[in-house]
Design a protein around this ligand. Structure first.
Ligand SMILES: [Zn+2]
Length: 322
């Protein structure tokens, strides 16, 4: 099947009590690793491209890589989504350039400005058969060019969501309930430590999620910044020349719980980066004589595939849902 929008995926995910994984793509190995896992597990999947990925790999290369993945995996629904579009022009360029879904992120702007720009993007997108994700509330952390300092984030205010969705006409809504971008989601002082000395983050605000879901029945909710930062990968990185002290993510049990609710899309990026980096660092340590990029990118691609397969079956529950 050709690239699809997320409309049908979200409808089924909402009704079925699972979520679709949205994984960030930057190069061929990542696209292959993600779609091979989704293909084998018969899972719908969203491939998302950030402004930074577009600057790194070039729009045309990324679209053509995704088109190749669609051709190689004809049985599964695949959507191509712009992550954190920061202007009407960027969204328009992706809509014109083959994306089936875009995010306009005006969450750092005042409410009325967020509504106005989101509404413009929705108008253009819908006229071209493309769906739009918007955001209310802000997440902490760093994602490509989106940087929100600690203390500057704010939870979504449930009392604003109905007016926002009605006025903008957006198709899905990203909310802030305590997830965060990057591999350092919380400062150590925000956390407790377990008996092994590993940081335990504050729990997600499920009360906010429930309130939003009650106000927007049947409407797809999105969680950004939802990597779990598996400590086994952080350990491999640190044991092989890396330096990532106190990297920390969102526990998978909490994301599993979210996936069963109104949350239909869960964004995962850092865990793929960690899996690739840990694999490559370990490979270099074990094979100092190798210099063919295929030698270390092959296990790195496999690590992406294994990570995505784990997320699909153990966190999202989207396997066998095509
Ligand atoms: Zn994000």
């Amino acid at each position: 099947m050709p690239l699809v929008t997320t409309t049908e995926m979200f409808k089924k995910a909402y009704e079925g009590g699972y979520a679709i994984g949205a994984f960030n793509v930057n190069n061929m190995e990542i696209v292959q690793g993600i779609t091979e896992a989704a293909g084998e597990l018969k899972s719908p999947v969203i491939l998302q491209v950030s402004k930074g990925a577009r600057a790194y790999a070039n729009h045309t290369y990324l679209v053509k890589l995704v088109e190749a993945a669609v051709k190689e995996n004809p049985d599964i629904p695949i959507a191509l989504h712009l992550d954190h579009g920061d202007s009407f022009e960027l969204c328009k360029s992706c809509i014109d350039g083959g994306f089936t879904s875009v995010m306009i992120d005006m969450s750092s702007k005042p409410f009325d400005e967020n509504v106005e720009i989101t509404r413009q993007v929705v108008e253009y997108a819908h006229a071209h058969g493309v769906v739009v994700e918007a955001e209310l509330g802000t997440l902490e952390g760093v994602e490509d060019e989106v940087v929100v300092e600690a203390g500057q984030a704010s939870y979504t205010r449930p009392e604003e969501v109905e007016e926002f969705v009605t006025r903008t006409g957006c198709d899905s809504l990203a909310i802030a309930i305590g997830t965060s971008h990057g591999a350092y989601k919380f400062r150590p002082e925000q956390c407790t430590r377990n008996e092994k000395g590993i940081l335990v983050p504050p729990p997600l605000r499920f009360d906010v999620l429930e309130d939003v879901a009650k106000r927007l029945p049947g409407f797809p909710i999105v969680l950004h910044g939802s990597s779990s930062v598996p400590q086994e990968f952080v350990k491999i990185i640190n044991e092989n020349g890396g330096n990532m002290p106190d990297a920390i993510g969102i526990p998978e049990e909490q994301l599993r719980e979210a996936a069963r609710s109104a949350v239909c899309k869960i964004n995962i990026d850092s865990d793929i980066r960690l899996a690739m980096t840990a694999t490559i660092r370990q490979y270099f340590a074990e094979h100092p004589e190798h210099f063919d990029p295929r030698q270390y990118l092959k296990p790195a691609r496999q690590a992406v595939k294994d990570m995505v397969a784990h997320k699909i079956t153990e966190v999202l529950g989207s396997n066998g849902r095509i």
